[in-house]
Design a protein around this ligand. Structure first.
Ligand code: NAP
Length: 486
């Protein structure tokens, strides 16, 4: 592992204040941002008070009607300029993401590409916001149905994809004609600040996006929601916090969009292509060090293949290079913090205690930074915590099943319903099984579902609403129906 100091390169020229009404505002109180690979402080950012956050809301409200009245072409062109700028600055953004979040630089570049796609997708999709025209069945009236911006939004993002989770929300809000207050995660605020700065350079009018960094997420968000002027909250994060926010939305009937936790099954049927399944498992598990809501959490492998699958997966996991995300040879970075790492250690000991075999890794790594060995557990009991909870780290938990009914029943036995992975031979059989899986998304013989043009989201306790695709835009729009005499 490295001791090299990368921070000056990645944080050079960064804004560190609050973005309110188009101006970067410095405040007295600040908090530090830490490189999880070294424990070093890489920057300090503004720690917004509730009053300062209310100033950001005032600014979003003041800009709302002007922004709602802009043409869709104007919004499309702004988003396209932002896409072009982000593409030009790909490497700078990738370095910053890697530094504050820990992911390997190659994955950070992939995040920039994915995040930029939301800007491009919504720049194209915004011109296709459609209404409807109907006549009443009795012929007595005509119905003109149009879509209009829902109003000021509160956007709350997690630390695991600091750019893509912001662009996924901000691009849709801008396209829909909504103004917003963005509250990024306290552990990774720098990427959002840099992205907001990029939007200002692209010509974003004052007040359309306001950014509030704070250590008091609960107090700031509760105050913004109880004010009554926010019309929608879009949250990506844990189910625990999502549940609390949905309850707060009730007070003023605010529309909640919730992208919450997952517990993804990864099913490998007896006739699956094993090489392809192991390759897919490595990506579905290890993308983002396993710190993804979409990460494969439970590997369910047919009993005829499970031994060989476990052996190959263990070999591949043991060979991964762990290190600082900005070292080019690194394949696995640190997990986000000590709390997350301690939870991984507990998962391993609980699973082993319940009869699992440890076939790769299993321990926190010594030295600076919060690194954890890529780990494989086989023969995992269904009641182990590692199967019941979201792992959010580099642990693959494997078990076997006897027939497909058995696999589907295990897969569905969770309160979560975000994504399921399925490796099987034919597309027809794959579609039949997919229809029986209680998940908002199914990846069939492939390890990734994320795509700016797709309706990303979960069912059950994994969320409400969708992000991306045209559905993601509709979540920021209200319908108005005008009745006219025929
Ligand atoms: P988290 O603790 O729920 O935090 C998410 C965001 O909410 C952060 O900005 C956080 O601010 C803020 N927050 C925390 N408590 C709050 C409160 N009481 N009121 C309002 N905001 C509050 O989640 P996380 O640990 O950052 O992210 C990991 C979780 O996100 C996992 O469960 C993962 O599955 C989920 N996730 C879901 C998706 C999806 O699309 N479904 C995508 C990515 C991640 P602070 O940083 O200041 O605490």
């Amino acid at each position: 592992m490295t001791t090299q100091d990368y921070s000056p390169l990645a944080t050079e020229g960064m804004p560190s204040g609050l973005l309110i009404g188009g101006t970067w505002v410095d405040v007295d109180s600040t908090f530090d941002v830490i490189d999880p690979a070294t424990g070093d402080v890489i920057a300090s950012v503004a720690d917004s008070s509730v009053d300062q956050a209310m100033g950001a809301l005032d600014s979003a409200v003041a800009a709302a009607s002007r922004w709602a009245a802009t043409s869709t072409r104007e919004r499309a062109e702004l988003l396209r300029r932002a896409f072009d700028l982000l593409t030009e600055q790909r490497e700078d953004f990738a370095r910053l993401i890697s530094l504050e979040m820990g992911k390997p630089i190659a994955e950070a570049r992939a995040e920039v590409d994915y995040g930029a796609e939301f800007l491009r997708w919504y720049s194209e999709e915004v011109s296709h916001i459609q209404g409807d025209y109907r006549t009443s069945p009795d012929g007595g009236s005509r119905m003109l149905i149009s879509r209009r911006p829902i109003g000021p939004c509160l956007l709350i993002t997690p630390w695991n994809f600091p750019l893509a989770m912001a662009t996924r929300k901000v691009a849709a809000a801008i396209a829909a004609g909504c103004t917003s207050v963005l509250k990024p995660a306290a552990q990774t605020p720098l990427t959002s600040l840099k992205f907001a700065d990029l939007l200002v350079s692209a010509g974003l009018p004052d007040g359309v996006l306001n950014v509030v960094t704070t250590r008091n997420a609960r107090g700031v968000c509760a105050a913004l929601l109880s004010d009554g002027r926010i019309r929608k909250v879009s949250f990506t994060g844990s189910t625990l916090v999502g549940r609390a926010l949905v309850a707060q939305c009730g007070e003023n009937i605010v529309r909640p969009s919730m992208e919450l936790g997952g517990n993804a099954p990864f099913i490998v049927t007896a006739d699956a292509d094993l090489d392809k399944a192991v390759d897919g498992a490595m990506i579905a598990k290890m993308r983002n060090m396993g710190e993804a809501c979409t990460a494969a959490n439970r590997f369910l492998v047919h009993e005829s293949l499970v031994e060989e699958f476990g052996r190959r997966l263990s070999e591949r996991m043991s060979a991964l290079v762990v290190g600082h995300g900005l070292d080019t040879q690194t394949q696995v970075g640190p997990v986000i913090d000590e709390t997350a790492r301690a939870k991984l250690t507990e998962f391993v000991s609980d699973a082993v205690h319940r009869g699992a075999r440890l076939t790769a890794g299993g321990k926190a790594m010594t030295g600076p930074g919060t690194f954890f060995e890529p780990t494989v557990l086989t023969d995992v009991s269904p009641d182990a915590n590692v199967f019941r909870e979201e792992i959010f780290g580099p642990i693959a938990a494997v078990t076997s099943f006897r027939d497909i009914d058995d696999a589907i029943s295990i897969a569905n036995s969770t309160e979560y319903g975000l994504v399921a992975y399925l490796y099987t031979s034919g597309a027809e059989e794959g579609l039949r099984i997919a229809a029986r899986l209680d998940f908002g998304m199914v990846a069939l013989n492939r390890p990734i579902v994320s795509n700016a043009a797709a309706p990303f989201g979960g069912i059950k306790q994994s969320g409400l609403g969708r992000e991306g695709g045209r559905e993601g835009l509709h979540d920021y729009l209200d319908l108005q129906y005008v009745a006219v005499d025929a």
